[in-house]
Structure formats: structure tokens, C-alpha cells
Ligand binder design. Structure first.
Ligand SMILES: NC(=O)c1ccc[n+]([C@@H]2O[C@H](COP(=O)([O-])OP(=O)(O)OC[C@H]3O[C@@H](n4cnc5c(N)ncnc54)[C@H](OP(=O)(O)O)[C@@H]3O)[C@@H](O)[C@H]2O)c1
Length: 253
């Protein structure tokens, strides 16, 4: 249950080793979230973050095994957490960027990326939504991307998976209206994290902590969609309508 001041008290992170998720968890714990469940493919990899969150004031931090690709397990893995804890917030943070050249050469790798980013999120999102409906409350925070706003020729598999994820999350948010549950879609630009390590930064690049700060603000404002940095909302109004030939040239960089 959110406390009297609207702060979430418990969260489940799907993709517990994500750098952006770690920053969001730190900020929410500082903002009175006391219970954190980190769900990831290798729970031991969450140990350092778990210790840090306890030091910052979390009273219950646990790790569970979660694989976005193993959709048959989602009902049980996520359901087990909800059976023990009233989860105020679920963060969908898992995702793979991949490499477009590798996807072009190996379509099976592209399918796996799409299954992680889109299919896995649809599965986990619907399991979560059913539990939120039962609870009569809960916030699903989904890490989408500006890459889904308009596909680039250099990462169109990733971009298309995020476009699907974004549309799913927006539709789910509307479907949950009136249930007490809601969805907040987060559209970051280029974030300096493990995912983008070694890549040349894009304009308006940002940090995991800046994303986390924007998420906390968005939660307080009950936003349904946020952009990080916020200026990207207006940048993409233009980007979306650029002539195709110009967009193709800009995307190739
Ligand atoms: N970095 C950016 O520029 C950027 C921009 C916009 C949106 N985003 C999105 O933000 C989210 C977090 O990204 P990040 O920057 O924090 O990158 P990150 O540190 O690489 O985090 C990605 C996370 O996805 C997890 N993951 C990958 N495949 C999985 C699977 N099959 N099952 C469960 N977990 C899986 C990884 O777990 P392992 O540790 O097991 O690999 C890791 O925890 C992603 O959805 C990403 O697309 C990132």
C-alpha cells in the first residue's frame, strides 16, 4: 500500500541487475520504500545492490530467479511474490539492445531479443495487471525507449521491440483505468549504462540516476508517460515527422 504521502512501500524489480533499475530502487528506498524484491536471471548478482539498499533503509530485500524468456514461469514467479507481499510497484527493467549487424546475420538472435523485450514484457505485464486488479492498487513502471518512437536503420529490431512494448504498456494503462492500478511508461534517450558501454553517446544522453529522479517525479505527479530528458518529448514531435530520406541519413549515424 502506498503510504499516506503517496510513496510506494514495496517494489518488485523484473531485471534486478539493470543499472537503471538499481538507480530507481535507490531513489525509491530513500523515498520510504522498505521492501524490495530483485528478480533476475542470476539472483546472486543482486547481492551488492541488496546490501546497499539495506544500508539506505530498506528493511526487506530479497532476490528471486526470473527469466523474461521463460514466460511459462511468470505466473508462478511473480505470483509467489504477490502471495507474500502487497506489491505497490512493479518495474519492468529487463531488456537487450543487441547488435543490428548480428541480427541481420542471425535472425534467431533477433527473435530472442524481441521475445525478451516485447513478449516477455507482455507476459510479465499481464500477470502483474491481474494481481494489481485483485489488490485494487499498484503501479507498473515500464522502461520503454525513444528508440520505439521511430525505427532507425541501425537498430530497428530493438526499436520495433520497444515500439511494441510501448503500445502494449499504453493500452494496458488505459485498460486499468478505474481499477486503482496504473501504468507509467518511461521513454529514456541514450543512457550511460552497461547496455550502452563503449557506444558513442547520442545527443541528449543521460544517466541512470537522472532516469531514476524523473521516475520518482513522474510517480508523484501520477504521470502516464515520461521522457528522459523531458526535452525529448518535443524533439520527437519533430523527429516523427521528418521526411523519410532525412531520417534515414540521420539514423545511419
Ligand atoms: N541504456 C539505455 O540507453 C536505455 C535507453 C532507453 C531504454 N533502456 C531500457 O532500460 C532497461 C534497462 O536497461 P539498462 O540501461 O539498465 O541496461 P542493463 O544494465 O544492461 O540492464 C538490462 C537488464 O536486462 C536483464 N535481462 C536481459 N535479458 C533478460 C532475461 N531474459 N530475463 C531477465 N532479465 C534479462 C539483464 O539481466 P542480466 O544481468 O542477467 O543480463 C539486465 O538486468 C532496458 O529495457 C533497456 O532497453 C535503456
Amino acid at each position: 500500500m502506498e503510504d499516506a504521502l503517496g510513496a510506494v512501500q514495496s517494489m518488485l524489480v523484473l531485471g534486478g541487475t539493470s543499472e537503471i533499475a538499481a538507480s530507481i530502487a535507490r531513489r525509491l528506498v530513500e523515498n520510504r520504500c522498505t521492501t524490495v524484491v530483485l528478480a533476475s536471471r542470476a539472483p546472486a548478482a543482486n547481492d551488492q545492490l541488496a546490501t546497499e539498499l539495506r544500508e539506505r533503509g530498506a528493511t526487506e530485500v530479497e532476490s528471486v530467479l526470473f527469466d523474461a524468456l521463460d514466460t511459462a514461469s511468470h505466473e508462478k514467479v511473480i505470483g509467489d511474490v504477490f502471495d507474500r507481499i502487497d506489491v505497490d510497484l512493479v518495474l519492468v527493467a529487463f531488456g537487450v539492445l543487441g547488435d543490428q549487424a548480428e541480427f541481420d546475420a542471425n535472425p534467431a538472435a533477433a527473435v530472442s531479443a524481441v521475445e525478451t523485450n516485447y513478449v516477455g514484457a507482455v507476459s510479465a505485464g499481464l500477470v502483474t495487471a491481474a494481481r494489481f486488479r485483485q489488490q485494487g492498487q499498484g503501479i507498473l513502471v515500464v522502461l520503454s525507449s525513444v528508440a520505439g518512437e521511430r525505427a532507425r536503420n541501425t537498430n530497428y529490431v530493438y526499436g520495433s521491440s520497444k515500439a511494441g512494448l510501448d503500445a502494449f504498456a499504453q493500452g494496458l494503462g488505459d485498460a486499468l483505468a478505474g481499477t486503482g492500478a496504473r501504468v507509467m511508461v518511461v521513454r529514456p534517450g541514450f543512457v550511460h549504462s552497461r547496455m550502452t558501454a563503449g557506444m558513442p553517446p547520442q545527443p541528449f544522453s543521460t544517466t541512470p540516476d537522472a532516469v531514476a529522479k524523473a521516475v520518482v517525479q513522474g510517480l508523484a505527479r501520477q504521470s502516464h508517460t515520461i521522457w528522459v530528458p523531458s526535452l525529448l518529448r518535443y524533439v520527437f514531435v519533430t523527429m516523427r515527422h521528418l521526411p523519410r530520406s532525412l531520417w534515414r541519413k540521420m539514423s545511419a549515424r
